[in-house]
Design a protein around this ligand. Structure first.
Ligand code: CMP
Length: 501
């Protein structure tokens, strides 16, 4: 049989067996056309190289060898790409090495083997090739400046893994999804179905907020202006309620309501919420802002930002209308309390004028145990916790009661002149009305019901406190007995050499 054909056939068979094995073990290799091409070219080069007719045609052989080397390196790169570079990265979805970088690697591999073939196979000195290629690249570089800028921007974006195909981002404030990234451009689709083709360099330069693809929660801040006379605790509660009920808001990480600054006409709050709904941010923002409006209204506050509050001056009384409304509210509140049941209407009204409204944030102390004091507090909104310090440093404070709107406290020091018998602390945000001893004294003299209610409260609360202290002491004593019994038992076991001694 003819020897060149034998060589060619053997190369072809061996090569195809190798391709078959590779395709079996490297699933991402696909149809492997470049591998078949490389095998075919290798077989042709070896076959013709052995034949007498072509062996001396050096130009044909050099061209064939160069083609085989180039296609061969492409085939090798395809195997490397499929088996290593394309393997999924940490997120298990996208390839470990971005597409653009893999393409760059392919071009560099072909360039390197091309240079090698020019110098070794064609005998052209490498320095000549490099000089001419430098001149050519300078010319190309100048004329393709913009294109290259985009290509390098694309490469740097790929290196920083920012952003990826499938991710959502806001580009100059406009939400859009990345659908394709090429050497030169990035294609984005907006929620309205508009396709935007942005040069990579512009994407790299612009103010870009990456939102991811919804697998990791992202936070959005909603800025709302609320009136100055709304206590922060009440405003924050309304905002948190809006966050809790708005669709798409995650429970964890927990939403946060914070004051950002004191604005010109309103206190500016920020409600920060987390969501995975990055594909419909406009709808999401609408849902949260709408809920804020409803919750804020239900809490009795004015419509969020921008706010213009016009103060109407009532010239006859010199009071503002809102102050009059507030006064009426206090009269209604005091008139409804058992404490002031015996007072006539105008006495309640004059007492209401003596009150001072005080606001407390969650955890703030309204009254401190042991302090002197002679004022009475009436809770208008929220609740407070009454605690008594423990007599031993080891045990926690004793909780005596939780008092809510409509209850009063501070009557003990007011009536007896003794230091405050307990500490009173705001549970959430709370509002109280403060009445001084001087304002209450004339009422106490003229109204026996008030004195009776207050004295009964003092007696009942004193009793409750004593009971609570006694209960705790009994519990501690029980624990002490159990502890002593245990230690005596251990000593007895030790003395009688019993197990556990
Ligand atoms: P005063 O002692 O002036 O300050 C602390 C207040 O806590 C006290 O008045 C009562 O009004 C209130 N207080 C004390 N003990 C109790 C209790 N056991 N239950 C409810 N309130 C209490």
């Amino acid at each position: 049989m003819n020897l060149p054909i034998l060589y060619a056939a053997a190369t072809l068979v061996l090569g195809e067996v190798l391709v078959l094995c590779l395709r079996r073990f490297v699933p991402r290799l696909g149809r492997g056309l470049v591998l078949h091409g490389a095998v075919g070219l290798a077989a042709l080069t070896i076959g013709l190289g052995r034949s007498e007719w072509f062996r001396d045609d050096s130009r044909l052989m050099a061209a064939l060898t160069t083609s085989t080397l180039v296609v061969g390196v492409l085939a090798l790169y395809a195997v490397l790409d499929a088996s290593v570079l394309q393997r999924p990265g940490k997120d298990r979805l996208t390839p470990r090495v971005p597409a653009l970088l893999r393409e760059l690697g392919r071009v560099l591999a072909v360039l390197a083997v091309g240079l090698f073939a020019l110098s070794v196979v064609h005998g052209i000195p490498l320095s000549a090739v490099l000089v001419s290629s430098t001149v050519v690249s300078a010319v190309i570089g100048l004329s393709l400046q913009d294109v290259l800028k985009n290509v390098f921007a694309g490469i740097s974006m790929q290196l920083e893994a920012a952003p990826r195909v499938g991710d959502w981002l806001t580009l100059d404030g406009l939400p859009a999804k990345v659908v394709e990234m090429s050497w030169r451009t990035t294609r984005l689709r907006t929620n309205e179905g508009h396709m935007i083709v942005e040069p990579n360099a512009r994407i790299a330069d612009s103010r870009l907020t990456q939102l991811g693809n919804g697998t990791v929660p992202v936070a959005f801040g909603f800025e709302v202006g609320l009136p100055y006379d709304a206590p922060p605790a009440q405003a924050k509660t309304a905002l948190m309620a809006a966050a809790a009920s708005a669709p798409g808001v995650l429970g964890k990480p927990v939403p946060q309501a914070m004051i950002r600054e004191y604005g010109d006409s309103a206190i500016l709050y920020e409600l920060r919420v987390w969501t995975r709904q990055v594909d419909h941010i406009t709808v999401f923002r609408d849902a949260v802002f709408s809920r804020i409006w409803y919750e804020v209204h239900r809490a009795g506050l004015s419509v969020p930002f921008p706010i213009r509050t016009v103060h109407m001056q009532d010239e006859a009384t010199g009071r503002t209308e809102s102050a009059q409304r507030e006064q009426q509210r206090i009269v209604d509140l005091l008139g409804g309390l058992v404490l002031f049941e015996g007072l006539a209407g105008d006495a309640v009204a004059s007492l209401a004028r003596c009150t001072r409204r005080l606001y407390f944030d969650a955890g703030e102390r309204l009254v401190e145990e042991g302090e002197p004091g002679d004022s009475l507090f009436i809770i208008d909104r929220g609740s407070v916790v009454v605690t008594k310090a423990s007599d031993s440093a080891a045990s926690a404070n004793l909780e005596l009661a939780v008092l809510s709107a409509g209850s009063f406290f501070g009557e003990m020091s007011l009536l007896t002149g003794e230091p405050r018998s307990a500490t009173v602390q705001a549970e959430g945000g709370c509002e109280v009305l403060l009445l001084c001893k001087e304002d209450l004294a004339p009422m106490l003299e003229g109204d026996p019901t008030m004195a009776e209610v207050l004295c009964r409260a003092v007696a009942e609360r004193n009793q409750a406190t004593e009971d609570a202290v006694a209960r705790r002491r009994a519990r501690l004593d029980e624990r002490g007995v159990a502890h002593d019994t245990g230690s005596i038992l251990r000593r007895v076991r030790h003395f009688f050499r019993l197990p556990g001694g």
